[in-house]
Write a protein that binds this ligand. Structure first.
Ligand code: SAH
Length: 510
Protein backbone atom coordinates (compact mmCIF):
# COMPACT_ATOMS: atom_id res chain seq x y z
CA UNK A 1 0.00 0.00 0.00
CA UNK A 2 1.43 3.38 -0.90
CA UNK A 3 1.55 5.86 1.95
CA UNK A 4 0.15 9.27 1.04
CA UNK A 5 2.56 12.01 1.99
CA UNK A 6 1.32 14.87 -0.13
CA UNK A 7 -1.51 17.14 0.95
CA UNK A 8 -4.26 18.50 -1.18
CA UNK A 9 -5.37 21.93 -2.32
CA UNK A 10 -9.02 22.97 -2.45
CA UNK A 11 -9.80 25.93 -4.68
CA UNK A 12 -12.91 27.11 -2.92
CA UNK A 13 -15.49 29.73 -3.82
CA UNK A 14 -16.59 31.65 -0.71
CA UNK A 15 -19.60 33.22 -2.42
CA UNK A 16 -20.33 36.93 -2.64
CA UNK A 17 -20.15 37.81 1.08
CA UNK A 18 -23.24 36.55 2.90
CA UNK A 19 -22.06 33.40 4.73
CA UNK A 20 -25.39 31.67 4.06
CA UNK A 21 -24.40 31.59 0.40
CA UNK A 22 -21.37 29.43 1.10
CA UNK A 23 -21.90 25.93 -0.32
CA UNK A 24 -22.12 22.87 1.93
CA UNK A 25 -19.01 21.47 0.27
CA UNK A 26 -17.09 24.68 0.94
CA UNK A 27 -18.09 24.63 4.62
CA UNK A 28 -17.06 20.98 4.90
CA UNK A 29 -13.58 21.40 3.41
CA UNK A 30 -13.04 24.59 5.40
CA UNK A 31 -13.69 22.61 8.59
CA UNK A 32 -10.75 20.33 7.77
CA UNK A 33 -8.31 23.01 6.63
CA UNK A 34 -4.77 23.18 7.99
CA UNK A 35 -3.98 26.34 6.04
CA UNK A 36 -6.35 28.90 4.56
CA UNK A 37 -5.11 31.42 2.00
CA UNK A 38 -7.81 33.99 1.41
CA UNK A 39 -8.52 37.11 -0.60
CA UNK A 40 -9.62 40.46 0.72
CA UNK A 41 -13.09 39.87 -0.77
CA UNK A 42 -13.99 36.98 1.55
CA UNK A 43 -16.60 38.26 4.00
CA UNK A 44 -16.19 38.21 7.82
CA UNK A 45 -19.07 35.74 8.24
CA UNK A 46 -17.20 33.20 6.12
CA UNK A 47 -13.87 33.97 7.81
CA UNK A 48 -15.57 33.22 11.14
CA UNK A 49 -16.06 29.61 10.01
CA UNK A 50 -12.33 28.90 9.77
CA UNK A 51 -11.53 26.29 12.43
CA UNK A 52 -9.30 26.98 15.42
CA UNK A 53 -5.75 25.98 14.80
CA UNK A 54 -5.80 26.56 11.05
CA UNK A 55 -3.10 28.89 9.77
CA UNK A 56 -4.75 31.89 8.10
CA UNK A 57 -2.88 33.82 5.42
CA UNK A 58 -4.29 36.96 3.86
CA UNK A 59 -2.90 37.00 0.34
CA UNK A 60 -5.25 39.78 -0.73
CA UNK A 61 -3.60 42.34 1.48
CA UNK A 62 -0.51 44.19 0.52
CA UNK A 63 2.27 42.80 2.63
CA UNK A 64 4.93 45.43 3.13
CA UNK A 65 4.75 47.56 0.04
CA UNK A 66 4.00 44.92 -2.55
CA UNK A 67 0.90 42.84 -3.12
CA UNK A 68 1.41 39.10 -2.76
CA UNK A 69 2.02 38.15 -6.39
CA UNK A 70 0.22 35.36 -8.17
CA UNK A 71 3.55 33.56 -8.51
CA UNK A 72 4.08 33.68 -4.74
CA UNK A 73 0.55 32.43 -4.10
CA UNK A 74 1.07 29.51 -6.47
CA UNK A 75 4.37 28.67 -4.78
CA UNK A 76 2.80 28.75 -1.33
CA UNK A 77 -0.04 26.46 -2.41
CA UNK A 78 2.46 23.93 -3.74
CA UNK A 79 4.71 24.22 -0.70
CA UNK A 80 1.93 23.73 1.87
CA UNK A 81 0.54 20.77 -0.06
CA UNK A 82 3.99 19.18 -0.15
CA UNK A 83 4.12 19.55 3.63
CA UNK A 84 1.15 17.18 3.65
CA UNK A 85 -1.41 19.82 4.58
CA UNK A 86 -5.04 20.31 3.64
CA UNK A 87 -4.84 23.70 1.97
CA UNK A 88 -7.91 25.83 1.26
CA UNK A 89 -7.52 28.61 -1.26
CA UNK A 90 -10.55 30.70 -0.40
CA UNK A 91 -11.71 33.16 -3.03
CA UNK A 92 -14.63 35.56 -3.33
CA UNK A 93 -17.55 34.35 -5.45
CA UNK A 94 -16.57 31.50 -7.75
CA UNK A 95 -12.88 30.61 -8.06
CA UNK A 96 -12.99 30.40 -11.84
CA UNK A 97 -14.90 33.63 -12.52
CA UNK A 98 -12.24 36.35 -12.76
CA UNK A 99 -10.58 34.78 -9.76
CA UNK A 100 -7.38 33.49 -11.33
CA UNK A 101 -8.41 30.07 -10.05
CA UNK A 102 -7.59 28.69 -13.47
CA UNK A 103 -3.96 29.79 -13.16
CA UNK A 104 -3.69 28.31 -9.68
CA UNK A 105 -5.15 25.00 -10.86
CA UNK A 106 -2.62 24.96 -13.71
CA UNK A 107 0.25 25.56 -11.31
CA UNK A 108 -0.96 22.69 -9.12
CA UNK A 109 -1.39 20.40 -12.11
CA UNK A 110 2.14 21.28 -13.29
CA UNK A 111 3.54 20.49 -9.85
CA UNK A 112 1.64 17.23 -9.65
CA UNK A 113 -0.38 18.32 -6.60
CA UNK A 114 -3.82 16.84 -6.03
CA UNK A 115 -6.53 19.47 -6.07
CA UNK A 116 -10.29 19.90 -6.01
CA UNK A 117 -12.37 22.84 -7.20
CA UNK A 118 -15.34 23.85 -5.08
CA UNK A 119 -17.42 26.23 -7.19
CA UNK A 120 -18.94 29.20 -5.42
CA UNK A 121 -21.99 31.38 -5.88
CA UNK A 122 -20.64 34.06 -8.16
CA UNK A 123 -21.26 37.71 -7.44
CA UNK A 124 -22.13 38.13 -11.13
CA UNK A 125 -25.50 36.51 -10.52
CA UNK A 126 -26.03 36.68 -6.73
CA UNK A 127 -25.29 40.38 -6.26
CA UNK A 128 -27.88 41.50 -8.85
CA UNK A 129 -30.33 39.01 -7.28
CA UNK A 130 -29.90 40.64 -3.85
CA UNK A 131 -30.64 43.98 -5.48
CA UNK A 132 -33.87 42.60 -6.94
CA UNK A 133 -32.48 42.28 -10.47
CA UNK A 134 -32.79 38.93 -12.29
CA UNK A 135 -30.02 38.68 -14.90
CA UNK A 136 -32.36 37.01 -17.38
CA UNK A 137 -36.10 37.37 -17.83
CA UNK A 138 -38.32 35.84 -20.51
CA UNK A 139 -39.62 39.20 -21.69
CA UNK A 140 -36.45 41.26 -21.35
CA UNK A 141 -33.20 39.35 -21.66
CA UNK A 142 -32.54 35.87 -22.96
CA UNK A 143 -28.80 36.01 -22.38
CA UNK A 144 -26.32 37.65 -20.05
CA UNK A 145 -22.65 38.41 -20.44
CA UNK A 146 -20.17 38.69 -17.61
CA UNK A 147 -17.34 41.03 -18.53
CA UNK A 148 -14.39 42.48 -16.69
CA UNK A 149 -14.19 46.25 -16.60
CA UNK A 150 -10.57 45.99 -15.62
CA UNK A 151 -9.26 46.23 -19.15
CA UNK A 152 -11.56 49.09 -20.16
CA UNK A 153 -8.78 51.63 -20.52
CA UNK A 154 -6.31 49.24 -22.04
CA UNK A 155 -6.66 49.74 -25.76
CA UNK A 156 -4.26 46.97 -26.69
CA UNK A 157 -5.66 44.13 -24.63
CA UNK A 158 -8.99 45.85 -24.16
CA UNK A 159 -12.42 44.47 -24.72
CA UNK A 160 -14.31 45.26 -27.91
CA UNK A 161 -17.12 47.19 -26.22
CA UNK A 162 -18.78 47.63 -29.62
CA UNK A 163 -19.12 43.86 -29.88
CA UNK A 164 -20.38 43.67 -26.28
CA UNK A 165 -22.92 46.39 -27.04
CA UNK A 166 -24.20 44.56 -30.12
CA UNK A 167 -24.66 41.21 -28.33
CA UNK A 168 -28.18 40.71 -26.99
CA UNK A 169 -29.00 40.48 -23.27
CA UNK A 170 -27.94 41.81 -19.89
CA UNK A 171 -24.37 42.91 -19.28
CA UNK A 172 -22.78 42.34 -15.89
CA UNK A 173 -19.49 44.19 -15.55
CA UNK A 174 -17.15 43.21 -12.71
CA UNK A 175 -14.20 45.24 -11.42
CA UNK A 176 -15.62 48.34 -13.01
CA UNK A 177 -16.08 50.99 -10.37
CA UNK A 178 -13.20 53.26 -11.37
CA UNK A 179 -13.79 52.71 -15.05
CA UNK A 180 -17.56 52.74 -15.21
CA UNK A 181 -17.58 55.99 -17.20
CA UNK A 182 -15.37 54.58 -19.97
CA UNK A 183 -17.30 51.29 -19.98
CA UNK A 184 -20.57 53.19 -20.42
CA UNK A 185 -19.07 55.39 -23.15
CA UNK A 186 -17.82 52.33 -25.00
CA UNK A 187 -21.26 50.72 -24.87
CA UNK A 188 -23.01 53.89 -26.06
CA UNK A 189 -20.44 54.28 -28.85
CA UNK A 190 -21.21 50.67 -29.75
CA UNK A 191 -24.87 51.53 -30.25
CA UNK A 192 -26.63 51.08 -26.89
CA UNK A 193 -29.04 53.93 -26.12
CA UNK A 194 -27.83 56.22 -23.30
CA UNK A 195 -31.24 55.71 -21.69
CA UNK A 196 -30.49 52.00 -21.09
CA UNK A 197 -31.01 51.28 -17.36
CA UNK A 198 -27.81 50.61 -15.42
CA UNK A 199 -27.33 49.73 -11.75
CA UNK A 200 -24.10 49.71 -9.77
CA UNK A 201 -24.11 47.51 -6.68
CA UNK A 202 -21.48 47.71 -3.99
CA UNK A 203 -20.82 45.02 -1.34
CA UNK A 204 -23.85 43.08 -2.52
CA UNK A 205 -25.40 40.43 -0.20
CA UNK A 206 -23.67 41.96 2.86
CA UNK A 207 -24.96 44.40 5.43
CA UNK A 208 -23.11 47.19 3.57
CA UNK A 209 -24.98 46.59 0.30
CA UNK A 210 -25.51 49.81 -1.67
CA UNK A 211 -27.39 50.09 -4.93
CA UNK A 212 -27.32 52.98 -7.37
CA UNK A 213 -29.81 52.97 -10.22
CA UNK A 214 -29.04 55.13 -13.23
CA UNK A 215 -28.75 54.99 -17.02
CA UNK A 216 -25.78 54.36 -19.29
CA UNK A 217 -25.66 58.06 -20.11
CA UNK A 218 -25.41 59.18 -16.49
CA UNK A 219 -23.94 56.29 -14.56
CA UNK A 220 -20.33 57.53 -14.67
CA UNK A 221 -21.21 60.86 -13.11
CA UNK A 222 -23.62 59.28 -10.61
CA UNK A 223 -21.04 56.80 -9.32
CA UNK A 224 -18.52 59.59 -8.90
CA UNK A 225 -21.02 61.82 -7.10
CA UNK A 226 -22.06 59.05 -4.71
CA UNK A 227 -18.43 58.04 -4.16
CA UNK A 228 -19.12 54.32 -4.64
CA UNK A 229 -15.98 52.27 -4.16
CA UNK A 230 -14.92 48.66 -4.82
CA UNK A 231 -16.07 45.93 -4.64
CA UNK A 232 -18.86 46.81 -7.00
CA UNK A 233 -20.34 45.51 -10.20
CA UNK A 234 -22.61 47.02 -12.82
CA UNK A 235 -25.73 45.50 -14.32
CA UNK A 236 -26.80 47.00 -17.60
CA UNK A 237 -30.06 46.27 -19.40
CA UNK A 238 -33.84 46.41 -19.14
CA UNK A 239 -33.91 43.89 -16.28
CA UNK A 240 -32.70 46.70 -13.98
CA UNK A 241 -36.24 48.13 -14.18
CA UNK A 242 -37.57 45.09 -12.31
CA UNK A 243 -35.80 46.26 -9.15
CA UNK A 244 -38.68 48.69 -8.48
CA UNK A 245 -40.94 45.69 -7.98
CA UNK A 246 -38.52 43.00 -6.85
CA UNK A 247 -36.31 44.70 -4.28
CA UNK A 248 -36.92 42.16 -1.51
CA UNK A 249 -33.69 42.91 0.34
CA UNK A 250 -34.54 46.41 1.54
CA UNK A 251 -37.90 45.21 2.82
CA UNK A 252 -36.50 42.98 5.53
CA UNK A 253 -36.42 44.74 8.90
CA UNK A 254 -32.74 44.10 9.68
CA UNK A 255 -31.19 44.28 6.19
CA UNK A 256 -28.10 46.44 6.31
CA UNK A 257 -27.29 45.49 9.90
CA UNK A 258 -24.34 43.33 10.83
CA UNK A 259 -25.09 41.76 14.19
CA UNK A 260 -22.59 39.97 16.41
CA UNK A 261 -23.93 37.11 18.54
CA UNK A 262 -21.83 36.47 21.65
CA UNK A 263 -23.62 33.65 23.49
CA UNK A 264 -22.47 30.03 23.55
CA UNK A 265 -22.03 28.23 20.27
CA UNK A 266 -24.94 25.89 21.09
CA UNK A 267 -27.30 28.76 21.83
CA UNK A 268 -26.03 31.04 19.10
CA UNK A 269 -27.44 29.15 16.16
CA UNK A 270 -31.08 29.69 17.15
CA UNK A 271 -30.57 33.42 17.58
CA UNK A 272 -28.41 33.63 14.46
CA UNK A 273 -31.07 31.94 12.37
CA UNK A 274 -33.80 34.29 13.56
CA UNK A 275 -31.58 37.32 12.95
CA UNK A 276 -30.81 36.00 9.47
CA UNK A 277 -34.52 35.56 8.75
CA UNK A 278 -35.01 39.23 9.62
CA UNK A 279 -32.29 40.15 7.13
CA UNK A 280 -29.30 40.75 9.38
CA UNK A 281 -25.80 39.69 8.45
CA UNK A 282 -24.80 37.60 11.44
CA UNK A 283 -21.37 37.14 12.93
CA UNK A 284 -21.21 34.38 15.56
CA UNK A 285 -18.51 35.17 18.09
CA UNK A 286 -19.11 32.89 21.07
CA UNK A 287 -17.56 34.32 24.22
CA UNK A 288 -18.64 31.68 26.71
CA UNK A 289 -19.07 27.94 27.10
CA UNK A 290 -21.15 25.94 29.56
CA UNK A 291 -19.34 23.36 31.70
CA UNK A 292 -20.00 21.26 34.79
CA UNK A 293 -19.61 23.22 38.04
CA UNK A 294 -16.16 23.07 39.65
CA UNK A 295 -17.64 21.11 42.54
CA UNK A 296 -20.29 18.57 41.56
CA UNK A 297 -20.95 17.13 45.06
CA UNK A 298 -23.45 19.77 46.26
CA UNK A 299 -25.53 19.13 43.13
CA UNK A 300 -25.38 15.34 43.61
CA UNK A 301 -26.39 15.73 47.26
CA UNK A 302 -29.31 17.96 46.35
CA UNK A 303 -30.41 15.51 43.66
CA UNK A 304 -30.29 12.55 46.06
CA UNK A 305 -32.17 14.52 48.70
CA UNK A 306 -34.74 15.85 46.26
CA UNK A 307 -37.68 14.67 48.40
CA UNK A 308 -36.85 17.27 51.05
CA UNK A 309 -37.54 20.26 48.88
CA UNK A 310 -40.80 22.10 48.35
CA UNK A 311 -39.60 24.20 45.44
CA UNK A 312 -37.11 23.97 42.58
CA UNK A 313 -36.18 27.38 41.26
CA UNK A 314 -34.61 27.62 37.81
CA UNK A 315 -33.26 30.93 36.56
CA UNK A 316 -31.92 29.87 33.16
CA UNK A 317 -32.51 27.27 30.46
CA UNK A 318 -28.93 26.07 30.96
CA UNK A 319 -29.71 25.36 34.60
CA UNK A 320 -32.74 23.25 33.64
CA UNK A 321 -30.69 21.12 31.26
CA UNK A 322 -27.74 20.75 33.61
CA UNK A 323 -29.92 19.78 36.58
CA UNK A 324 -32.15 17.33 34.73
CA UNK A 325 -29.22 15.62 33.05
CA UNK A 326 -27.72 14.84 36.46
CA UNK A 327 -31.12 14.05 37.98
CA UNK A 328 -32.05 11.54 35.29
CA UNK A 329 -28.67 9.87 35.53
CA UNK A 330 -29.39 9.27 39.21
CA UNK A 331 -33.06 8.27 39.01
CA UNK A 332 -33.89 7.45 35.40
CA UNK A 333 -37.44 8.63 36.01
CA UNK A 334 -38.98 12.09 36.22
CA UNK A 335 -41.57 10.81 38.72
CA UNK A 336 -38.81 10.70 41.32
CA UNK A 337 -39.17 14.47 41.50
CA UNK A 338 -42.30 13.86 43.56
CA UNK A 339 -44.58 16.76 44.43
CA UNK A 340 -42.01 19.46 44.27
CA UNK A 341 -43.24 22.76 42.82
CA UNK A 342 -41.29 24.38 40.02
CA UNK A 343 -40.51 28.03 39.45
CA UNK A 344 -38.90 29.12 36.18
CA UNK A 345 -37.72 32.68 35.78
CA UNK A 346 -38.50 34.05 32.32
CA UNK A 347 -40.19 32.47 29.32
CA UNK A 348 -37.06 30.81 27.89
CA UNK A 349 -36.42 28.99 31.18
CA UNK A 350 -40.08 27.99 31.39
CA UNK A 351 -39.99 26.75 27.81
CA UNK A 352 -37.02 24.51 28.60
CA UNK A 353 -38.81 23.07 31.66
CA UNK A 354 -41.85 22.27 29.52
CA UNK A 355 -39.68 20.80 26.77
CA UNK A 356 -38.41 18.33 29.34
CA UNK A 357 -41.93 17.22 30.19
CA UNK A 358 -42.53 19.18 33.39
CA UNK A 359 -45.10 21.80 34.30
CA UNK A 360 -44.22 25.24 35.64
CA UNK A 361 -46.06 26.43 38.74
CA UNK A 362 -44.75 29.98 38.84
CA UNK A 363 -43.06 31.99 36.16
CA UNK A 364 -41.74 35.36 37.32
CA UNK A 365 -41.22 37.36 34.10
CA UNK A 366 -37.98 39.04 35.10
CA UNK A 367 -34.86 37.86 36.86
CA UNK A 368 -34.96 40.51 39.55
CA UNK A 369 -34.61 39.03 43.04
CA UNK A 370 -37.46 41.07 44.53
CA UNK A 371 -39.88 40.12 41.78
CA UNK A 372 -38.97 36.44 41.93
CA UNK A 373 -39.37 36.34 45.71
CA UNK A 374 -42.68 38.18 45.45
CA UNK A 375 -44.02 35.77 42.85
CA UNK A 376 -43.02 32.80 45.01
CA UNK A 377 -44.60 34.36 48.11
CA UNK A 378 -47.83 35.05 46.25
CA UNK A 379 -48.09 31.39 45.41
CA UNK A 380 -47.35 30.11 48.89
CA UNK A 381 -46.04 31.58 52.15
CA UNK A 382 -42.28 31.28 52.05
CA UNK A 383 -41.72 30.70 55.74
CA UNK A 384 -40.30 27.26 56.60
CA UNK A 385 -40.51 26.02 53.01
CA UNK A 386 -37.40 24.48 51.43
CA UNK A 387 -36.11 25.97 48.23
CA UNK A 388 -33.54 24.47 45.91
CA UNK A 389 -32.09 27.16 43.68
CA UNK A 390 -30.48 25.62 40.61
CA UNK A 391 -28.28 28.28 39.17
CA UNK A 392 -24.91 29.05 37.68
CA UNK A 393 -21.77 28.99 39.77
CA UNK A 394 -21.15 32.38 41.42
CA UNK A 395 -24.65 33.62 40.70
CA UNK A 396 -25.92 36.83 42.27
CA UNK A 397 -26.60 36.29 46.04
CA UNK A 398 -29.67 38.58 46.24
CA UNK A 399 -32.34 35.96 45.63
CA UNK A 400 -31.24 33.38 48.25
CA UNK A 401 -30.66 36.19 50.78
CA UNK A 402 -34.14 37.57 50.21
CA UNK A 403 -35.84 34.17 50.50
CA UNK A 404 -33.96 33.49 53.73
CA UNK A 405 -35.06 36.86 55.09
CA UNK A 406 -38.61 35.78 54.40
CA UNK A 407 -38.04 32.64 56.45
CA UNK A 408 -37.38 30.20 53.66
CA UNK A 409 -34.74 27.47 53.91
CA UNK A 410 -32.55 27.82 50.89
CA UNK A 411 -29.98 25.63 49.19
CA UNK A 412 -28.28 27.56 46.44
CA UNK A 413 -26.62 24.96 44.26
CA UNK A 414 -24.44 25.54 41.24
CA UNK A 415 -25.41 23.17 38.45
CA UNK A 416 -23.23 24.61 35.74
CA UNK A 417 -20.60 27.20 35.23
CA UNK A 418 -19.85 29.55 32.46
CA UNK A 419 -16.27 29.60 31.28
CA UNK A 420 -14.62 31.83 28.70
CA UNK A 421 -14.67 30.42 25.17
CA UNK A 422 -11.06 30.21 24.09
CA UNK A 423 -11.87 28.92 20.61
CA UNK A 424 -13.46 30.80 17.73
CA UNK A 425 -10.30 32.80 17.10
CA UNK A 426 -11.14 33.41 13.43
CA UNK A 427 -14.56 34.76 14.38
CA UNK A 428 -13.10 37.06 17.03
CA UNK A 429 -10.47 38.30 14.59
CA UNK A 430 -13.11 38.92 11.90
CA UNK A 431 -15.19 40.95 14.35
CA UNK A 432 -12.19 42.93 15.57
CA UNK A 433 -11.20 43.67 11.99
CA UNK A 434 -14.53 44.59 10.45
CA UNK A 435 -16.72 45.61 13.40
CA UNK A 436 -20.48 45.27 13.54
CA UNK A 437 -23.54 47.50 13.66
CA UNK A 438 -24.73 45.68 16.78
CA UNK A 439 -23.16 43.69 19.57
CA UNK A 440 -25.80 41.58 21.30
CA UNK A 441 -25.32 40.51 24.91
CA UNK A 442 -27.60 37.89 26.40
CA UNK A 443 -26.11 37.60 29.90
CA UNK A 444 -23.67 39.40 32.12
CA UNK A 445 -21.13 36.65 31.44
CA UNK A 446 -21.23 37.36 27.69
CA UNK A 447 -20.35 40.97 28.56
CA UNK A 448 -17.56 40.03 30.95
CA UNK A 449 -15.99 37.49 28.65
CA UNK A 450 -16.30 39.65 25.55
CA UNK A 451 -14.50 42.31 27.53
CA UNK A 452 -11.85 39.90 28.75
CA UNK A 453 -11.17 38.82 25.20
CA UNK A 454 -11.52 42.02 23.22
CA UNK A 455 -11.57 44.89 25.70
CA UNK A 456 -15.02 46.32 25.10
CA UNK A 457 -14.18 50.03 25.53
CA UNK A 458 -11.26 49.83 23.11
CA UNK A 459 -13.38 47.80 20.68
CA UNK A 460 -15.90 50.64 20.75
CA UNK A 461 -13.16 53.22 20.32
CA UNK A 462 -11.91 51.36 17.28
CA UNK A 463 -15.41 50.92 15.85
CA UNK A 464 -17.34 54.01 16.88
CA UNK A 465 -21.02 53.81 16.05
CA UNK A 466 -21.28 50.20 17.18
CA UNK A 467 -24.59 49.80 18.96
CA UNK A 468 -25.19 47.55 21.93
CA UNK A 469 -28.25 45.48 22.68
CA UNK A 470 -28.73 44.06 26.17
CA UNK A 471 -31.25 41.35 27.00
CA UNK A 472 -32.10 42.72 30.44
CA UNK A 473 -31.12 44.57 33.61
CA UNK A 474 -28.45 42.09 34.84
CA UNK A 475 -26.69 42.27 31.49
CA UNK A 476 -27.01 46.05 31.39
CA UNK A 477 -25.52 46.22 34.87
CA UNK A 478 -22.41 44.38 33.65
CA UNK A 479 -22.13 46.93 30.84
CA UNK A 480 -22.56 49.86 33.21
CA UNK A 481 -19.70 48.49 35.31
CA UNK A 482 -17.50 48.96 32.24
CA UNK A 483 -18.82 52.47 31.82
CA UNK A 484 -20.97 51.54 28.84
CA UNK A 485 -24.62 52.31 28.40
CA UNK A 486 -26.47 49.85 26.18
CA UNK A 487 -28.18 51.45 23.18
CA UNK A 488 -31.26 49.32 23.81
CA UNK A 489 -32.40 46.97 26.57
CA UNK A 490 -35.00 44.36 25.70
CA UNK A 491 -38.35 44.88 27.37
CA UNK A 492 -38.95 41.16 27.50
CA UNK A 493 -35.78 39.47 28.70
CA UNK A 494 -35.65 36.76 26.12
CA UNK A 495 -34.67 36.29 22.51
CA UNK A 496 -38.02 37.55 21.21
CA UNK A 497 -37.63 40.66 23.30
CA UNK A 498 -34.09 41.18 22.06
CA UNK A 499 -35.14 40.80 18.41
CA UNK A 500 -38.04 43.21 18.97
CA UNK A 501 -35.64 45.79 20.39
CA UNK A 502 -33.28 45.44 17.41
CA UNK A 503 -36.11 45.77 14.90
CA UNK A 504 -37.54 48.80 16.71
CA UNK A 505 -34.13 50.50 16.62
CA UNK A 506 -33.41 49.72 12.94
CA UNK A 507 -33.25 52.75 10.67
CA UNK A 508 -36.35 53.09 8.55
CA UNK A 509 -36.37 53.15 4.75
CA UNK A 510 -32.87 52.60 3.48
N1 SAH B 1 -14.62 35.37 -8.39
C1 SAH B 1 -15.48 36.48 -8.05
C2 SAH B 1 -15.11 37.71 -8.84
C3 SAH B 1 -13.73 38.19 -8.58
S1 SAH B 1 -13.35 39.69 -9.39
C4 SAH B 1 -16.93 36.08 -8.27
O1 SAH B 1 -17.23 35.02 -8.85
O2 SAH B 1 -17.80 36.80 -7.80
C5 SAH B 1 -13.76 40.87 -8.15
C6 SAH B 1 -14.99 41.63 -8.54
O3 SAH B 1 -16.15 40.89 -8.22
C7 SAH B 1 -15.18 42.93 -7.82
O4 SAH B 1 -14.39 43.95 -8.38
C8 SAH B 1 -16.64 43.18 -8.03
O5 SAH B 1 -16.90 43.66 -9.32
C9 SAH B 1 -17.20 41.78 -7.95
N2 SAH B 1 -17.74 41.47 -6.63
C10 SAH B 1 -17.36 40.45 -5.82
N3 SAH B 1 -18.10 40.45 -4.69
C11 SAH B 1 -18.95 41.48 -4.79
C12 SAH B 1 -19.97 42.00 -3.96
N4 SAH B 1 -20.26 41.45 -2.77
N5 SAH B 1 -20.65 43.07 -4.38
C13 SAH B 1 -20.40 43.64 -5.57
N6 SAH B 1 -19.44 43.20 -6.39
C14 SAH B 1 -18.73 42.13 -6.02
Amino acid sequence: MSKKTSGKVYLVGAGPGEPGLLTLRAAAVLQRADVVLHDALVGPGVMALIPDGAEVVDVGKRSGDHAVSQGEINERLVRHAREGKAVVRLKGGDPFVFGRGGEEAEALADAGIEFEVVPGVTSAVAVPAYAGIPVTHRDMASAFQVITGHAADDTQHGIDWGAVARAPGTKVVLMCVERIASVAEGLVAGGMPPTTPAAVIRSGTTASQEVLVSTLGKVGADVKRQGLSAPALAVIGDVVRLRGKLDWWSRRPLSGQRVAVTRTREQASGLAQRLGDLGAEVLEVPTIRIERPSAIDPLLEAVLGIGEYDWLVFTSANGVTAFLDVFLKAFNDLRSLGNVRIAAVGPATAARVKERGLAVDVMPERYVAKEVAKALAEHETVENLRYLLLRAESANPDLPALLEEMGGIVDDVACYRTVPEEGGTAAAAALMESGADWLTFTSSSTVDNFHRRMDLPSFLARHPGTRIASIGPETSKALHLLGIKPTVEARRHDIDGLLEALVAAAPEGR
